[in-house]
Design a protein around this ligand. Structure first.
Ligand SMILES: Nc1ncnc2c1ncn2[C@@H]1O[C@H](COP(=O)(O)OP(=O)(O)O)[C@@H](O)[C@H]1O
Ligand SMILES: [Mg+2]
Length: 353
């Protein structure tokens, strides 16, 4: 690169050790395609499924040769515990497009903090909280924001008192949803309509991690709002997910086209405003910065909004909700990336924005 090049050098980090590895690669491709090359030089960095970082050539190859479908993503093996280019001077900002554990949970954000490198999205604390459904719900309740009632379990309490905890869960009323506390992509989640099936579902969820939540099932529409900003976050036009299955499960998200993404969501003005307003309050209550997609339930028939969960690194494929909702809200994909990178810089320098 010529020394006169004054473009920002952006480390685009993708892949990672999560069930959403392929989705991350597809998202990163979309991001790379939308970043303005006059303003940014992209430095691709790829993490394999075991958490090892690929060499520069492999990372560039995976980024440019993977299609825009998750099942076409080029498989690769990493070689290093961390990409050495992260440790050298010259990068201006990191753009992690990683989902789930070791990407969206504060760990890589902690690495960027250690390196004193600006990065897009939430800080380690907010990332860790939003990755954890139980911690998220506790903070929401503390802020007076509605979320479905729930019971928390862990391996030791469940082992010690299955019967007692089961009856507490059943007091929530059926159906309930059983979910690993710290996972995404609907992995390990069960909808339980029959009390006799609860124990097995909890065992399943606890197989994915030490802690689990059991949540009252809400008969609801699923509304999503894209939030953007640091100190003065703003909410997009809401979207809606219409699951093709019994609920928005793993297959629905990644394997078939049964679910529908409606953008904008068919809501009246008052509902639209209420969803936006709630999403922004959730973002602030959880200490988010940069971006997050806030997923809400619009309960039938009450019309009450409840918070389901917050995704701090939402999908970024060309058809993903987060960029689509900002597109509809007047911020096309490239301008959205400009804004995210600008916000990362402001926060890194400790400037308001
Ligand atoms: N309490 C609930 N009531 C009704 N549906 C739920 C509830 N919790 C989860 N679901 C359904 O399960 C899906 C996945 O749950 P979610 O908590 O969003 O987990 P993930 O982090 O894996 O996306 C939701 O999109 C929704 O369809
Ligand atoms: Mg979800």
């Amino acid at each position: 690169m010529a020394p006169s090049d004054d473009r920002l050098r952006v480390a685009l980090v993708f892949g990672g050790r999560s069930g959403e590895h392929e989705v991350s690669v597809v998202s990163a491709r979309s991001v790379a395609g939308a970043l303005d090359r006059e303003r940014y030089e992209i430095v691709p960095m790829a993490i394999d499924r075991r958490g090892r970082w690929a060499d520069a050539e492999t990372a560039a190859h995976v980024l440019s040769h993977s299609g825009d479908r998750a099942d076409r993503v080029v498989a690769f093996d990493g070689v290093a515990r961390v990409d050495p280019r992260l440790l050298e001077p010259g990068l201006d900002v990191a753009l992690p497009i990683l989902h789930g554990p070791y990407g969206e949970d504060g760990t890589i954000q902690g690495l960027f903090e250690m390196l004193d490198l600006a990065y897009v999205g939430c800080d380690p604390a907010a990332s860790a909280v939003c990755m954890d459904k139980a911690l998220t719900k506790r903070l929401l309740v503390q802020a007076g924001l509605a979320t479905p009632d729930w019971v928390e379990l862990d391996r030791s309490s469940w082992g010690a008192d299955r019967a007692g905890l089961s009856s507490r869960c059943l007091e929530l009323g059926l159906p309930v949803f059983v979910k690993p506390a710290r996972l995404g992509s609907s992995v390990g989640i069960s909808k339980i309509a029959d009390a006799a099936a609860l124990g097995k579902a909890v065992d399943l969820a606890l197989g994915f991690g030490r802690r689990t939540i059991v949540e009252r099932g809400i008969e609801a529409r699923e509304i999503e709002v894209a939030v953007l900003g640091n100190d003065r976050p703003r909410g997009s036009v809401p979207g809606e997910v219409v699951p093709g299955h019994e609920f928005y499960d793993y297959e629905d998200k990644y394997l078939d086209d049964a679910c529908q993404l409606l953008a904008p969501a068919p809501l009246d003005d008052a509902q639209t405003e209420a969803a936006r307003d709630l999403a922004v309050r959730v973002f602030a209550a959880l200490g988010c910065a940069g971006m997050a997609r806030v997923d809400l339930f619009l309960e039938r028939p009450t019309g009450r909004l409840l918070v389901n969960e917050v995704n701090t690194i939402p999908g970024f494929t060309s058809i993903s909700m987060y960029p689509r909702l900002w597109g509809l809200s007047g911020l096309p994909y490239p301008a959205l990336l400009d804004e995210l990178i600008r916000l990362a810089g402001l926060r890194h320098r400790g400037e308001p924005g």
